[in-house]
Ligand binder design. Structure first.
Ligand code: HEM
Length: 381
């Protein structure tokens, strides 16, 4: 994939791909331009997305695929829950959860890091944030699993109708669950995001239950597998760079910039999608209105015109303006949370184990997801 991106950056940085039926964009400047100009490059793919009643209902709150005032309104409400204060306050909780997950494999000399930690941690943190009771977490985890159909190797950019139809039972179940949950929070408010969304609804008279359920689904799908991939990528990349791991063990202050560098080096999402609102000219190519654009984050992050020695993993890299969380008005709301989870997880792994070696791995299809399905580690206490 990296070689393929490099060739395209050099030879045809913006071109139409017949198979994907979309424009592929490879250079940093062009990817940043697409993401930074929401008036010309829309996040809403419109009628290209498969549709069914359940999914359409959830799309009402799925603001990552929206443009204009409604995106602003929904993002504004949810962003209150992701202020650095709120996120930092989650530190003790995330530390406890991470500790519990590692306790469960404490007597093992090898385990699957994805199964044990990288998979369950992010979904548990999102359910904490939303105030989902601990006993319902397995449900939540199952929905998260079913709602992100990233395993299809040849899925088209908008997802296939069959894949979407297969989600219906899980979606129905989840909608029912959250309708009840919203009623509970209305009757008895708690200090969680669900309550804040319910209260925002009454204050502004704008959010319906369906909107809120859509927002919750977005958090679940956007915040889960992406962070799972990051956690696995952090462990794998440090395994490949033992000198960086050794430095981090003694200099924990270097953790934040190391996590940033993992994100640049191995972005969880290889590409995003946009659709042109009007005819545009990008890197000399004239692109008609209504066409689909795929900006390749994994390529932008390795662009030699932007990063010095882009293929070197440098935990002290500064500046490090990678695009793994996107750019512009849709910039990831969960970025501080994902980074915090990763810092905490790495810190606890270092505390518990003198050595952590990756002995086997299985990756998702590299065009679908930049992360491991499983990562066997051998550990020494
Ligand atoms: C948006 C990546 C974790 C919530 C995005 C976007 C990217 C991204 C690339 C922009 C999509 C676009 O422009 O089309 C990631 C990565 C993560 C991560 C790589 C982990 C390593 C999270 C977490 C949450 C979250 C933990 C919340 C629990 C969101 C939301 C949006 C978003 C709500 C939509 C923002 C908007 O449209 O205004 N994320 N994300 N993400 N992310 Fe994340």
């Amino acid at each position: 994939l990296l070689e393929w991106c490099r060739t395209h950056r050099a030879d045809n940085p913006v071109h139409y791909d017949e198979r994907q039926r979309s424009w592929q964009v490879f250079r940093y400047v062009d990817v940043a331009e697409v993401l930074g100009d929401p008036a010309r490059y829309l996040a809403d793919l419109g009628d290209l997305r498969p549709s069914n009643p359940e999914l359409d209902l959830m799309q009402r709150g799925n603001f990552v695929n929206m443009d204009g005032p409604r995106h602003r309104m929904l993002r504004g409400l949810v962003s209150q829950a992701f202020t650095s204060k709120v996120v930092t306050a989650l530190t003790p909780k995330i530390t406890t959860l991470t500790g519990e997950l590692l306790d469960a494999v404490a007597d093992r000399e090898s385990f699957d890091l994805v199964d044990a930690l990288a998979y369950p941690l992010p979904v548990t943190v999102v359910s904490e944030l939303l105030g989902v009771p601990a006993e319902d977490r397995p449900l939540f985890r199952r929905w998260a699993e079913q709602l992100f159909p990233f395993n299809e190797e040849d899925s088209n950019v908008a997802g296939t109708q069959d894949a979407m139809d297969a989600l219906i039972p899980a979606v129905r179940e989840m909608i029912e669950y959250f309708r009840a949950q919203l009623d509970r929070r209305r009757a008895r408010p708690a200090d969680d995001l669900t309550t804040r969304l319910v209260e925002a609804e009454t204050a502004a008279d704008k959010l319906t239950d369906d909107d809120i359920i859509g927002v919750i689904t977005l958090l679940l799908t956007a915040g889960h597998v992406t962070t799972t991939a990051l956690l696995g990528n952090a462990v794998l990349t440090l395994h490949e760079h033992p000198e960086a791991a050794a430095r981090l063990r003694t200099d924990r202050d270097a953790l934040p910039s190391a996590v940033d560098e993992v994100l640049r080096y191995r972005p969880s999402l290889p590409w995003l999608t946009r659709r042109t609102a009007t005819e545009v000219t990008l890197a000399g190519q004239v692109i008609p209105a209504g066409d689909v654009i795929m900006p390749w984050l994994v390529s932008a992050n390795r662009d030699e015109a932007k990063f010095r020695d882009p293929d070197v993993f440098d935990i002290g890299r500064r500046p490090n303006q990678y695009l793994s969380f996107g750019h512009g008005i849709h910039y990831c709301l969960g970025a501080p949370l994902a980074k915090l989870e990763t810092r905490i997880a790495l810190g606890l792994l270092f505390d518990r184990y003198r050595e952590i070696a990756v002995v086997d791995d299985e990756f998702h299809h590299p065009f679908a997801m930049g992360g491991a399905k499983s990562l066997s580690v051998a550990v020494v206490r």
